[in-house]
Design a binder for this molecule. Sequence first.
Ligand SMILES: [Zn+2]
Length: 303
Amino acid sequence: MHIYTHPEFIHHEVAAGHPERPERLSHLMAHLEREGIAADCPLREPTDLTDAQILAAHTPEYLRFLQRSEPTEGIVPLDPDTWMGERSLGAARLAASAVCSGVDDVLKTAINRVFCAVRPPGHHAEVGSAMGFCLLNSVAIAALHALEHPDIERVAIVDFDVHHGNGTVDICKDRAEIMVCSSFQHPYYPNRLDNLEQANIVNTPLEAGCDGNDFRRAISTSWLPALEQHQPDLVLVSAGFDAHQADPLAAINLTEDDFGWVTQQIVDVATQFSQGRVVSTLEGGYDLDALARSVSAHLQVLM
Ligand SMILES: [Zn+2]
């Protein structure tokens, strides 16, 4: 297994007191080192990706908007939650590049598992807009990158972040070869694109206050039969850990064990259909300790 990360991810600045802060990543990486996980998995650094890779998922107008919005110093808000500093677009490009590089690794080498420890997250970024802490939709960019490979006809994106992956749905909804499965607290932010009824979009709403048993039942009855039908050649994961019971942003009561369980279901699907190929990327998770322990549970199963 490879873990992708990059020093620039720490330099994506946000407003004081913002939950999606640089410490999420520094705390996580220190935890993985203490646990010996970083020693077992080579750490890799992505290099930049091309504009063409971004433009497969986003409009040229939106990329120009991001480039124009980038401040020369300080930070600017793109919406009430989403901030941009002078190094933010560079970080977002590297985050998307990490997931694309992970796809290349699992398709072209003997490695079949990759985790990308990145920020900013990506799954709320729509075709033409930044939202919810996200600038570029890394997982959607990587899914479209994967489909350029001749061996890849169908991709699954599974998203267990507590917030609906509206951006991923927006970008992928008209691509039948990409299945998007998203579980999310409902009703809750972002309240967009979460009731589409089409075969490649699997929305799994969860009631506030629900626990791991409810979550496991929902995943087992909605995601797993759909993924068996889709038979993906590659599985991408939007791995958000803000459904943890300790997370300050939401009200779902999962534990590290539940994240381990859902990872095992994903690995089982990948083993059955995708030659074990799983590329996972960090989305949310805002309690530093719960995030570190949950990622650790996710990686132990991936490894
Ligand atoms: Zn989230």
